[in-house]
Design a protein around this ligand. Structure first.
Ligand code: GTP
Ligand code: SPV
Ligand code: MN
Length: 637
């Protein structure tokens, strides 16, 4: 038995016949919420764990579970001087990313899941899951995690309960969400919550040794019941498959709630952009939200160190934004419902993202990176020269000459948002921050210019709806293929994507046009004929942010002259983009800003095909935009 004593919260040890009674008496010290108590009892009966552990979110609990995982071989503690209070973890090689083809939306009617989701009949799926979860936690501890998405008790926050048999999930949830008894206090006796049941799907027989990363890839199911706000996840312990507050609740379930309640749950970073002090025309900071597909630069942009002197970027969130129109000022306000970052490690360096590097100097979890000989971590591009020796994420010896990657492409760090040196002071403001600009962007090697300003809210929604991006390693499957990923929500929209577009259009009616955020489309990923990036990106993206600042801030003298209208939208007028001290070839700049009318015309059949799948649920406004785009392009030829 891993442990028997009561720690931090309370641990209940299954003791034969008295299981129900003991569990009940411990549970009641935590909550009197009848719905919660009954659900936990049912899940204990179903999953038959040896121990039930009600999590209290304390440091004691975190340390205890971390030590437990060191003991069982799941974790390696990193060197206390080099990387204090941090752990290294390797997953099973078959469990390294979200599994989109094993992710399901179970609404009563298939039309409510739509063509971009895997729909399953809810009753049939419940039956299948019941069989999978039956006895799935035998020999294991069941953890009950009460968590809040958003600051505990704030009017916009929402409560979830995750039941899991993975201590790795508990520790990650401690960092990524707000866990604790105070969540249950806010929940009260009759509050409602999002139910999330998770199991790695590997029951343990008596005396049977556990593996360092138990998982059950053959039976993986990441299942959502948007109508009843329930999640059931089986067989995977990795990231968005298992940390149910993140993609499952804060995006798939929350997007359905947002549709019903008139707000937006989006796959977006939130940043604060402050112009240089003493600038004669630029004064107040603005807030920008940006939707980029997985592993396409949200964390980088959210923590960016601007290449332009005096400009400052501070982080509000790096992955998810919940946005509501605030009646007091009529503006769209955004909160980051998360409490931490689950960030892509490879490519993160002092050059690409020094603020992320500073955030993860301590108190962090590193999954599927490489381990150095002296008890620290490494991943591709972390340092200009790799260390002479590593143990790679597959537990093999690694040398620079090994000719393979030391870290998995979707290796991740888990770290608290509060550790970030550029976290915005207002990042936990329950009112959220007022959004002035929304960015949509994907990886597009060709055709799509560096930045486009939409002509209207409807045109901006159209640009978001036709977004495409080359697939990354953040999800299992073939990397590099171009796919439509509307608003970066393709894997995360919990309902029919056509209805989602309609919801976006409707949100544009919620306030007066002058108060709506302005929508932009950006592309940091244009490549030249040799396959090299044309745009330096990273800190130099501040040049684009500065132009956006000028475009959205009323009162700027040369506002009208800073934009050139084109067939696809507004582009920076000649000279309007600040390229001072930028070392870039003039023809590269030309290519980045060119309107390739023929290239866009060639895309129209693909866009039509993309739209066709939504059938009658494609809103008329988007059809109109497509027709108008074609007309403008033909005129431009
Ligand atoms: P998720 O956490 O998966 O939702 O993704 P994310 O959007 O937060 O991804 P992240 O910021 O970690 O993206 C990292 C990847 O984007 C790395 O491959 C970076 O090299 C690349 N990247 C980020 N910014 C830029 C940029 O400005 N230019 C280029 N060329 N690559 C960039
Ligand atoms: C993403 O894939 O968009 C992520 C990582 O943010 S995960 O939480 O694993 O989904
Ligand atoms: Mn993401």
């Amino acid at each position: 038995m891993p442990y028997t004593k009561i720690i931090g919260g309370e641990v209940f040890r299954h003791d034969g016949a008295s299981l129900a009674e003991q569990q009940r008496s411990v549970a009641q010290k935590f909550t009197r919420n009848a719905r919660l108590l009954q659900w936990v009892e049912e899940m204990v009966d179903l999953c038959r764990p040896d121990i039930v552990h009600w999590c209290d979110g304390s440091t004691l609990e975190y340390d205890f579970l971390s030590a437990l995982m060191v003991e069982t071989g799941t974790y390696i503690k990193l060197d206390e001087v080099k990387r204090p209070n941090s752990y290294f973890c390797r997953s099973d090689p078959a469990d390294v990313a979200r599994v989109e083809d094993r992710t399901f939306i179970c609404s009563q009617r298939p039309e409510d899941a739509g063509p971009t989701n895997n729909w399953r009949n809810p009753a049939e799926m419940r039956h299948l899951l019941h069989n999978l979860f039956e006895g799935s936690m035998q020999g294991r501890t069941m953890y009950i995690i009460p968590y809040s998405m958003g600051p505990i008790g704030s009017p916009i926050a929402k409560i979830g309960i995750e039941i899991t048999d993975s201590p790795y999930v508990v520790c990650n949830m401690h960092i990524m969400t707000r866990v604790g008894r105070n969540v249950l206090e806010v929940l009260g006796d009759d509050g409602d919550f999002c139910r999330g049941l998770h199991s790695v799907g590997v029951p343990l027989g008596k005396e049977q040794p556990d593996s360092a990363w138990p998982c059950n890839p053959a039976s993986r199911h990441i299942v959502h019941f948007p109508e009843t706000r329930e999640i059931m996840s089986f067989g995977s312990g990795y990231g968005g498959n298992a940390l149910l507050g993140k993609k499952c609740f804060a995006l798939r379930i929350a997007s359905a709630m947002a549709r019903d309640e008139g707000w937006l749950a989006e796959h977006m970073l939130i940043l604060k952009l402050t112009p240089p002090a003493g600038d004669p025309v630029r004064k107040d900071p603005i807030y920008v939200a940006g939707a980029f597909p997985s592993a396409c630069g949200k964390t980088n942009l959210a923590m960016m160190t601007p290449a332009l002197p005096g400009w400052k970027v501070e982080t509000v969130g790096d992955d998810i934004a919940w946005m509501k129109f605030d009646p007091s000022d009529g503006r769209l306000h955004a909160i980051n419902p998360e409490a931490g970052f689950f960030g892509v490690a490879p490519g993160t360096s002092m050059t690409s993202n020094p603020n992320a590097m500073a955030t993860i100097t301590a108190d962090s979890i590193f999954t599927n990176v490489a381990l150095t000989g002296d008890g620290d971590v490494w991943w591709e591009e972390m340092t200009p020269t790799p260390p002479p020796y590593l143990v790679d994420w597959l537990r093999r010896h690694w040398h620079p000459e090994s000719g393979r990657k030391a870290a998995h492409a979707n290796a991740r760090f888990t770290t608290r948002a509060s550790r970030c040196p550029v976290i915005a002071p207002e990042w936990e403001d329950p009112r959220g921050v007022p959004i002035s600009a929304i960015l949509f962007g994907g990886r597009r090697a060709s055709v799509v210019p560096l930045v486009i300003e939409s002509l209207s809210w409807q045109h901006g929604v159209f640009l978001g709806s036709i977004m495409a991006s080359e697939k990354t390693a953040a999800a299992a499957g073939k990397v590099g293929v171009l796919r439509r990923d509307p608003m970066a929500m393709l894997p995360f929209c919990g309902y029919h994507m056509g209805d989602y577009f309609a919801h976006w259009l409707k949100m544009g009616q919620a306030t007066t046009p002058d108060k709506l955020p302005r929508i932009f489309h950006v592309n940091w990923f244009r490549k030249d004929a040799q396959g090299k990036f044309l745009w330096p990106g990273y800190g130099d993206n501040a040049r684009v942010l500065k132009w956006i600042y000028d475009r959205v801030q009323a009162g700027k003298a040369d506002k009208a002259e800073s934009m050139t209208p084109t067939a696809i939208g507004g582009l920076p007028a000649p000279g309007a983009l600040d390229l001072s001290d930028l070392n870039i070839a003039p023809d590269a700049m030309g290519e980045l800003m060119a309107i390739n009318a023929q290239g866009w015309l060639n895309e129209l059949p693909l866009i039509r095909e993309h739209f066709a799948q939504f059938g009658s649920q494609l809103p008329q406004g988007l059809r109109d935009e497509l027709v108008a785009l074609e007309q403008r392009l033909r005129k431009a030829l």
